[in-house]
Design a protein around this ligand. Structure first.
Ligand code: HEM
Ligand code: HEM
Length: 205
């Protein structure tokens, strides 16, 4: 298995970035819903879950920068046979997933007044407490509350509650459909890289 992508499969770096970011999305969701459903405000578990949500989100923001650079300097594995419409859907679906990997954490960061205690290791100042906020926002006479209101709506009500779910669940179901129904190499390209023929031969045993 090579570090870089090949025509047959994603390389180790792309796989590692893909699955780490996927896990961080799961972590961000579990933490925020655990906080909302199972903890009382102003308790330690509430604060811990909150910081885990922020930390998972900030990790996505950092890793997606590497991922975009890595994607730009790597070839893409060749597509499996399919209709033109299926290829277009996959292509735009991947672009939309990149968009949410940037926008979900960015809107979270810009719209949160609290500092991030990154996995309880070190602190990242909230946007409100940076010189950038002073020069880009406060200098135009906007308070943080006025600035964060629309960003919060995008983060929670539009992306968090709807768009991310639809895109990620749609993407995972499409991957499963390829693996289980079409029996092509789509999933293998992002996992073991194994050849589909050996799987098919193994099936009757
Ligand atoms: C992968 C990135 C992220 C995703 C998918 C995500 C998703 C979500 C979701 C689903 C909610 C709950 C919405 C609701 O109330 O129904 C939420 C709330 C919130 N997010 Fe994020 N978020 C991400 C990153 C961030 C980051 C980086 C920050 C800040 C640094 C942040 C700050 C917040 C805050 C303050 C809330 C409100 C928490 C609460 O009311 O319990 N998020 N986010
Ligand atoms: C259980 C969840 C997931 C499964 C089963 C899954 C599966 C896959 C598979 C099989 C591919 C290769 C598709 C191809 O090359 O045609 C892929 C690619 C991709 N996935 Fe996922 N994925 C999951 C979660 C996610 C999440 C949470 C994101 C981001 C929010 C994501 C973003 C992408 C992107 C952008 C690609 C295109 C390849 C790249 O540029 O890295 N995936 N995924």
């Amino acid at each position: 298995m090579s570090l870089r992508n090949t025509a047959d499969e994603y390389g180790t770096v792309a796989k590692w970035l893909h699955w780490t970011i996927a896990l961080l999305f799961v972590g961000a969701y579990c933490a925020v819903y655990y906080r909302q459903l199972f903890t009382e405000p102003k308790t330690t578990p509430n604060a811990i879950a909150f910081q885990i949500h922020l930390s998972c989100g900030m990790s996505v923001l950092a890793l997606v920068v590497l991922r975009i650079v890595w994607r730009l300097i790597n070839e893409q594995p060749r597509s499996e046979p399919g209709t033109r419409l299926a290829h277009l859907a996959a292509h735009w679906g991947h672009i939309a997933l990149y968009a949410i990997m940037v926008l979900a954490p960015l809107t979270g960061y810009l719209g949160t007044g609290a500092n991030v205690n990154f996995f309880f290791l070190f602190e990242i100042p909230s946007f409100k407490n940076t010189a950038l906020f002073e020069s880009l926002v406060a200098s135009r006479g906007l308070t943080f509350e006025e600035f964060e209101k629309p960003i919060d709506i995008v983060h929670k009500a539009i992306l968090g509650e709807w768009v991310v779910w639809i895109l990620v669940v749609g993407h995972a179901l499409a991957a499963l459909y390829h693996h289980v129904v079409l029996k092509d190499r789509t999933m293998l390209k992002m996992t073991t890289g194994g050849s589909r023929q050996s799987l098919d031969r193994a099936a009757p045993l």
